[in-house]
Every structure is written in C-alpha cells, then in structure tokens.
Design a protein around this ligand. Structure first.
Ligand SMILES: Cc1ncc(COP(=O)(O)O)c(C=O)c1O
Length: 454
C-alpha cells in the first residue's frame, strides 16, 4: 500500500508539473507513454483506496444513516439515461411545475434592493408575521411571530426539533409507511424510531388503540403526516379526533405535524391536527413552500412551535446554518401572502395532479395483481405489488419490492422507488409529478414487463 501510494503520488506530481511548466513536452512525451485515460483511472483508483482509509474517522452517529432511496433511484436512472437509455423517471418528489412568476419577481426585487445581508436567525419579522397570518387564515391556528422559526426547508425544521428534544434512547412514534427522511433524522438526533405499521388493508391509517399501546415513559414525540408521503392518504377530522383523544392524555408528548402537502389535497379542505384545542400547547406545525408553490430549490420551511421550543431551535440553528437565504425568504413571503383559494396557480397545479392521479389509478388498476389505494393528497401512488413476489422472467427472481423496482428500471426503463425505503416492503412509490403522456407510456411499459413474470 505504501509503495502504491508513493508511486501514484509521483505520477500525479509529474503530471501536474509537466502540464503546467512544459505543456508542450507533456503533450509530446508524457501522453505518448501513458495515455491520459489510463492515468486518470490509475489516479482515481488511488483516491478510492485512500478514501477507504479515511472512512475510519466517520462518526458512529453517521454510520447508522442511510442514503435517501429516492435520491439513489434518481441517481441510477440518470446513469442509465447518460448511457443512452430512454428512462421515464417516476421517482422524483417534487412538482414538475415552475415557481409562479410573481414569486420570482419578488426575489429579483430583493436582490435589487440589496436584501442580501445576514438575516435574523429565525427569519425576517415580516415573513414570521405572514406565516402567523397564514396559519390563522388557512388553519385556524393562533401563534405569535416569536413562535415561528424559518429554516432551510421543512427538512431542517424537523431536524431542529428532534435535535433539540431527543437524548439517546428517547422514542419517537411514526406511522409506517413514512417519508424516507423521518427515520434517519430521528436516528441522527440519537432517538429511537418506533414505527407503527399500517397497510393498504387499513388505508394506511393508524388507529387510536395502536397509538395508545405504543406510548411509554420514553416517548418524547408523535410525528404525524397528512396528506402523506408516500401513500397520499389524508386523515379525516373524525379520524384525527380519535388520535387526539389519546394524545391529550399525554400532555408532555410533543405532537409534530408535518403539513408540507397541505394544499395538494383532493378530498376537501386541509385540517391541521394542531387545531384541536385539546392538544393546543403540545403541537408543533411544520410546513413550507416547497411542494405547494413549486419552490423546492428555494429551501424555505418553517415551524410554529411552543415558545420554549422555538427559542431552543433558534439557538441551535444559529450555531450551524444561521438564518435561511434572504432572497428565498422574500420569495416565500410573496407566495404566502396569497390566500390559496385566490391562487389560480395552486388551483391549476392541484387540478393537473388530480387528473394524473385519476389516469394512473385507472391504468395501473388494469394490471393484474396490483392492488391500488386511491390517494387523496400529495402526488404519489403507493400500490401493493406483493402478488409478484416469487415470480421470475427466467433471468431475475422478484423476491421483494426492491427487486420489483429494479426489474422495472432494467426491463421497462421506468424508475420507481421501493416501498422498503418507506418502511413498507410490499409496495412501491410512483410519483405522478410528470406529464399524463409520460405516465401512460410508463404504465404501458410496466404492463409489458410484468407480463413476462411467471
Ligand atoms: C413529507 C415531507 N416532509 C417534508 C419534506 C421536506 O420538504 P422541504 O423541501 O421543505 O425540505 C418532504 C420532501 O420531500 C416531504 O415529502
């Protein structure tokens, strides 16, 4: 190893020195004896080997964290695309719409007005006030601006909360299937994930008895998500009331409500679990502009929390990222000022999603052995595909949802995400944040590929 390191170091020096000082000689002599492709491969092999040595310094905390499966699938499909395959990517978790024009204008104005200096850690007062107004207007929630912390996306809001409240061994109850990052954020904060399994048979909904049975002296929080990623399930107010009856008996337990898909709801007006007066004071709302305003890249999310928690999260955020980007904050302010019922933009986007959902439900429903739950929100279908487990095309055996999604990627050139990443090994997630035309083509390909399985 030592010799390998010395030799490769020598070659890299020779290459750099020759390239810089004698470019002509380098081209004439060095390239002639060692073609650049081989040299590059040789040097990257060295980096790989040296990387392995350096991995020893990674913390135990990080070793338990997995790469996001949705990002992994996107990476694989990009690789295949780069090799010339015509891949339809249905693994993506963001709207295929662009940020509304007035929002973009507000960002440009912010630049022109030099709103480019460090912002307050918890967000501009004007944005905090707009969020307070939005929570009152859309969700019947009463918070003060001091209770609002603006962050780099709802993901950071969740990380702030769990890093602030969890000690090793503390438990957080979530419902499986769950959004990929929940489990890893909780683990990163030192907590233990208690995932209560639901299935397509119970519409992916948690019942109060199951919740009650899972709460013990170590339970610090219950993480609730409606409309849900990955299932598209939406709890009714009555169903929420059942859960609230349990939660109110445990006033020390924090109820974290992730409402990021709030406006992408086909079943009626969004209800926030935090609006139940019985749990007022123990609820934290997490929301943001990513999904409903097609602003995933602007990275603005927020929490509305009990004052003590907002203060401690601000302290934490102040020490590692400071306030969210000023230009993005001004853009988010513009987006949130507009009531959703007046927003043509939201209407158009949600109605397009609903049409695609109907199309996908109909077409996927025609494929034998695929069990469909009709989503009422978000932009995902989460079909149960377990009837294909044990089948083969003579080459590949499908043992689980991961094999199923890899089979479709390789044979149908359609990228989905395995349900295993979301805590449900019987399902796969299909994002319909893409055109109806591509969805039809994708289903056609899936149908053909699945016909070959026996
Ligand atoms: C359920 C859920 N919560 C939170 C987030 C994070 O959103 P943001 O882009 O604001 O970080 C996502 C993003 O995919 C999500 O699906």
């Amino acid at each position: 190893m030592e010799y390998f390191y010395k030799i490769t170091t020598y070659f890299s020096y020779v290459k750099i020195v020759q390239e810089r000082t004698f470019p002509h000689t380098y081209a004439m002599v060095f390239k002639r004896f060692i073609p650049p492709v081989i040299l590059t491969k040789f040097l990257s092999l060295r980096i790989l080997i040296m990387d392995n040595v350096n991995q020893n310094i990674i913390s135990q905390r990080l070793k338990g964290i997995t790469e996001s499966a949705t990002l992994e699938m996107t990476r694989r499909s990009r690789e295949l695309k780069a090799r010339g395959f015509d891949i339809i990517n249905l693994s993506i978790g963001e709207p295929d719409f662009n940020t509304p024009a007035p929002v973009k204008e507000a960002a440009k104005e912010a630049i022109d007005n030099n709103i480019t200096h460090y912002p307050p850690v918890a967000g501009f007062r004007g944005l905090q006030e707009a969020i307070v107004e939005k929570l009152k207007r859309d969700n019947n929630l009463n918070f003060s601006p001091e209770q609002i912390v603006v962050s780099n996306g709802a993901k950071q809001s969740l990380a702030n909360i769990f890093l602030s409240i969890l000690d090793p061994g503390d438990e957080v109850i979530i419902t499986a299937p769950y959004w990929v990052s929940y489990a890893d954020i909780i683990k990163l904060a030192g907590g233990k994930v208690v995932a209560l399994q639901t299935s397509i048979e119970d519409d992916f909904k948690l019942n109060p008895e199951k919740l009650e049975a899972a709460i013990n002296s170590k339970t610090k929080a219950f993480l609730f998500n409606s409309p849900s990623n990955p299932t598209g399930m939406v709890y009714s107010a009555e169903e929420m009331a059942g859960l609230v009856n349990v939660l109110k008996k445990h006033p020390d337990l924090l109820v974290v409500s992730d409402e990021i898909y709030e406006h992408i709801n086909y079943s009626g007006k969004h209800v926030s679990i935090a609006s139940f007066p019985e749990i007022k004071g123990q609820a934290v709302v997490v929301n943001g502009v990513s999904k409903c305003y097609a602003m995933t890249g602007w990275r603005i999310g927020y929490m509305a929390a009990p004052l003590f928690l907002a203060k401690v999260c601000t302290k934490l955020q102040g020490q590692y990222t400071s306030g969210a980007g000023t230009i993005s904050q001004m853009a988010a302010l513009k987006a949130m000022k507009n009531p959703p019922q007046d927003s043509e933009y939201i209407h158009e986007m949600v109605s397009a999603f609903q049409d695609r959902r109907d199309l996908l439900v109909e077409k996927m429903g025609e494929i034998p052995g695929i069990k469909i739950y009709v989503p009422e929100g978000a932009f995902y279908l989460f079909p149960d595909v377990r009837s294909y487990f044990g089948k083969t095309d003579g080459e590949t055996v499908i043992n689980n949802a991961t094999d199923f999604s890899l089979y479709l990627l390789n044979k149908a050139h359609v990228a989905l995400v395995t349900g295993e990443a979301f805590g449900d090994p019987n399902c796969v997630r299909i994002s319909y944040a893409t055109s109806g035309h591509l969805l039809e083509e994708a289903v056609k390909r899936i149908k053909t590929a699945l016909k070959n399985l026996n």
